[in-house]
Design a protein around this ligand. Structure first.
Ligand code: GAP
Length: 516
């Protein structure tokens, strides 16, 4: 990670701590690596992200229902799902720095650099040719682009084959041939590539025998698969239909770093969509389109997202793509869309001896449905929002402010009510509380009367409150207040009766959902 990107992530982490969004876990004991606690403002933002997802995925789709399954599951679940045998990361250590890396990530970082060369070439040509520039033609004909593209393709192919065949020696050979150096020591002194299982295990009951060993779920999806028939039958669901859930997942990540990007305990929002075999590719494309629309509606900037097709497919998938986001450390996976075939349901049929099939009354036959999954990390979504919202500005009067330009509907508080004066005798606090009592029915509100008004505005900017309603002497005379806009700093004077309607226009979840 480049120095300034590293700094930006540190700044965001520092801001998140200072303003009650995210604290290191058990900080009084110096924290626990890769575990974080969401503070009073963080939990509000997190809940709003969940609500936006739940509303869009469950409540606005008549053929998708919710679920909240337990974290502990029968241990055979993980044997069937392949996680006991195949949920491994290929790791490689640098002997000099003693740092451990995921082998595929090292190669993918290398590929990103080659791709950056292509993009540079395109930008240069765009400048040179102006309006006459034909990008598609340029990509097909420019010798430098073609050379780099063919390099990318051949590395991808070799890496894909290496992982598919479990040929870790060739993966190491590839890292050596590409002369990939450790970002810390700068040397190419690598160990062999080895597989590490990522599941946490614990004992259930009091006797520490092997049969009592259970796992903390590494994905919420399996809770959905084992309940497929329960939900289908009791909900009288017809294919195609989906089951969605939000919940904790645990992975003993070898390298957990980059703040809340990669944690050992995190939260997923997952939806499994059950379809007729043979129709999975069209649903896969459909869900890719729907999910990117969900992201774009937030207004974090369409250029900050891109799709990345997987080469190294997970053990259950026949097609997979990530939605990557432009985090402070570059484009990284935010969400995965996977076509999981009938792998999971079939495996659970085999291991449980129970039929997990759907009877299709039109075709008059039963089949094991195929599954298309949309799986997003809630914490990563949180980081995407925080990092695009974090803005340091110099204002017209030369003063500086740090503002979180969080999408208004997701902000921890939609509005702060501020009496200009704190003194009870001024009549302003009482009036402000009267307004607050009315607004808090519809919005999450803050009330603040301490310090000068400018300082209070800055505090609200720092936690991303889109509007401040200020109560002043004129309010007592004509029942009007000012509404201050967080982003453009404009202030308008409106009658108290109009405040609710004005705020609702831009801060309600409805304003987001209507864009979908
Ligand atoms: N059920 C499919 C599944 O779990 P995944 O790509 O391994 O697929 C889905 O994970 C999403 O969960 C990722 O796109 C990412 O947003 C999030 N995620 C995965 N590992 C994570 C970690 N260690 N910390 C935070 N989020 C993580």
């Amino acid at each position: 990670m480049a120095q300034n990107e590293d700094n930006l992530l540190k700044k965001i982490a520092g801001h998140a701590k200072e303003y009650g969004f995210i604290f290191p876990s058990s900080e009084i004991y110096d924290g626990l690596n890769a575990a974080y606690d969401y503070g009073q403002n963080g939990v509000e933002l997190k809940n709003n992200i969940k609500q936006y997802w739940w509303k869009a995925m469950v409540q606005m789709n008549e053929n998708i229902v919710g679920l909240d399954s337990s974290i502990f599951m029968h241990p055979t679940t993980w044997k069937a799902s392949g996680h006991v045998d195949a949920f491994n990361d290929p790791m490689i250590d640098n002997k000099d720095s003693k740092k451990r890396y995921r082998a595929d990530v090292l190669i993918e970082d290398y590929l990103d650099k080659v791709e950056a060369k292509i993009n540079k070439e395109v930008t240069k040509a765009e400048k040179r040719f102006g309006d006459a520039f034909d990008k598609a033609e340029f990509l097909k004909t420019n010798p430098n682009v073609l050379r780099n593209q063919s390099k990318i393709d051949s590395i991808n192919e070799r890496m894909g084959k290496g992982f598919e065949n479990g040929d870790l020696e060739d993966i190491k050979a590839l890292i050596e041939e590409l002369e990939i150096a450790c970002p810390v020591s700068g040397t190419k002194n690598w160990t062999d590539v080895r597989q590490f299982n990522l599941m946490f295990s614990t004992e259930m009951g009091s006797v520490a025998e092997d049969s009592n060993k259970i796992y903390l779920r590494p994905e919420t999806a399996q809770g959905i698969f084992v309940n497929f028939l329960n939900v289908q039958k009791t909900g009288r669901m017809k294919i195609p239909f989906g089951i969605a859930q939000i919940g904790k997942a645990f992975r003993n990540e070898i390298i957990a770093r980059q703040f809340i990007f990669r944690m050992r305990e995190f939260e997923q929002m997952e939806m499994q969509f059950f379809v007729k075999p043979g129709e999975e590719m069209q649903w896969y494309e459909n869900w890719k389109a729907k999910r990117i629309a969900w992201h774009n509606a937030l207004g974090l900037g369409e250029k900050n997202y891109r799709f990345h097709d997987h080469v190294n497919l997970a053990h259950y998938a026949n097609a997979a793509a990530d939605i990557q986001f432009n985090f402070p450390m570059g484009f990284k996976e935010l969400e995965g869309i996977h076509s999981r075939t009938d792998f999971d349901l079939k495996a659970h049929e085999e291991h449980s001896g129970k039929k997990l099939q759907f009877f299709d009354t039109v075709e008059n036959k039963s089949y094991v449905p195929y599954v298309v999954e949309a799986s997003i990390g809630l914490d990563r979504m949180f980081l995407a929002i925080m990092s695009s919202a974090f803005t340091e500005e110099i204002l017209e009067d030369g003063s500086e402010r740090t503002v979180l330009k969080i999408p208004a509907a997701l902000a921890p508080y939609q509005v702060a009510v501020l009496p200009l004066l704190k003194k009870e005798e001024s009549g302003l606090p009482a009036k402000a509380r009267e307004i607050l009592a009315e607004l808090k029915i519809d919005f999450n509100c803050q009330y603040d009367e301490k310090d000068a008004i400018g300082k209070r505005y800055r505090r609200q900017d720092a936690i991303g409150t889109p509007y401040c309603v200020t109560v002043d002497h004129q309010t007592l005379e004509d029942n009007t207040v000012t509404i201050r806009d967080r982003d453009d700093l404009s202030q308008i004077r409106v009658s108290i009766d109009e405040v609710k309607g004005k705020l609702k226009e831009t801060t309600s979840m409805e304003s987001l959902l209507r864009k979908l």
